[in-house]
Design a protein around this ligand. Sequence first.
Ligand code: ATP
Ligand code: MG
Length: 458
Amino acid sequence: MIKKLFQRVFRKPAQVRVEGKCHIIPFGVHGVGSDGISSAARRVTDGLQAAGYKAFVVGGAVRDLLLGRHPKDFDIATNATPEDVRRVFRRSRIIGRRFRLVHVMFGEEVVETSTFRRMIEAEDAETDEHGRLLRDNEFGDQEQDAARRDFTANALFYDPATQEIFDYHDGYADTRANILRVIGDPAVRYREDPVRMLRAVRLSAKLGMQLDAATAAPIFGMKELLGNVPQARLLDEMLKLLLSGHAVECVKKLREMDLHHGLLPMLDVILEQPMGEKFVMLALQNTDQRISEEKSVSPAFLFAALLWHEVLSAWKILQETGERPVAALHAAMDEVLNRQREQLSIPRRYDAIMKELWLLQPRFEQRGGQRPVRLLSQPRFRAAFDFLLLRCESGEVDADLGLWWDEFQDASDERRAEMLQPDEVPKKRRRRKKSGTADKPAAEDQPDEAVQIALPIE
Ligand code: ATP
Ligand code: MG
């Protein structure tokens, strides 16, 4: 008893050890317990270590734990090759061509496990004419793996067995001070991979971290380099940004840094039409809110919202040239999607849903006869109604329309009958032959000349 008390009073305080360039920070200093690590990730590090390899939780998860946030996933870094990892875990598969990773499966959870890799030395590096690295897939050691990462906060290794953090670039101090700092010379690192500029903006907005002055400074002058990044990668990054749960802050920050201009056509579309800006900001807010409530968000819904005001103005112009509303809407949708595709290509698999959401909008105006009931039975009704609510909130259409539909969908048959407005569609038109395809609903379900179509007031 006395011995224990003695030990407690005179125990040496936890201390950071230095081994070469690495600072090893014990649990007593950082306080991140291994209970914050998912059991699947823990099984991967334990399994690899038992087989004689080094294995750590790395990157975003360690940073998030230090910031007191819930990591969205746990990545593992190891000195085992992909084949070694496969041998240790039967339920795993090697993925990726550019750099081979292993997905280790435990029930629902997939743990991405990558072998330490190094940045290829300048003279051996394969780059494009602007200095962008085309290949960085060489195995390396732990120190090299830290150096090839983007930010100091993203280069920390955590060993769940010893609860120690391995830090080669003062990432621990930066994370504690809430600073996001590029490893090495920021201008060089942005030239190697311009997407890091977008990552700087996204991560600082998402995590509420301050961008270090030297990290922020070159961005303004180097933003044109984003133009050389393959479209698919840019789209990936934009999706991460829009679905980060902090889309509003991210977009504000991109705008502050003038990163949206000319480079990311999608954002130009978003922010440079005053009428659409309010709608788009509401759509982003709504997405952030849904993510914070752990509800699903659909990229197609978001893209449909981002492009809605483009569709509206094209639709309006086409109607003014004498085109009938339905035909004009179809033409407007195709025009906007084609124009967008020349810039940042939204995957075609989203087209059908986006078109459906847009085509259903004018149908909310029709509140007579059987039409509202038919609209309720549309499989995409819920999403289309959410879209309508955003339009109401932004002031594009009358709020009463949203309220009417809110009540109508849950009302009793008697109440519905009371709510229905007189059917103004001439009988002759209603008997028109049905000709529907999946993309184009039957003629009578579409808005036609007899239907008042709400166009935004400019
Ligand atoms: P998030 O929480 O959004 O997933 P993250 O930092 O984990 O953030 P990932 O895209 O999952 O981001 O990347 C995992 C890790 O890979 C990063 O923490 C970083 O160490 C490294 N990394 C990712 N992209 C780059 C890049 N472009 N250049 C250098 N290192 C990168
Ligand atoms: Mg991650």
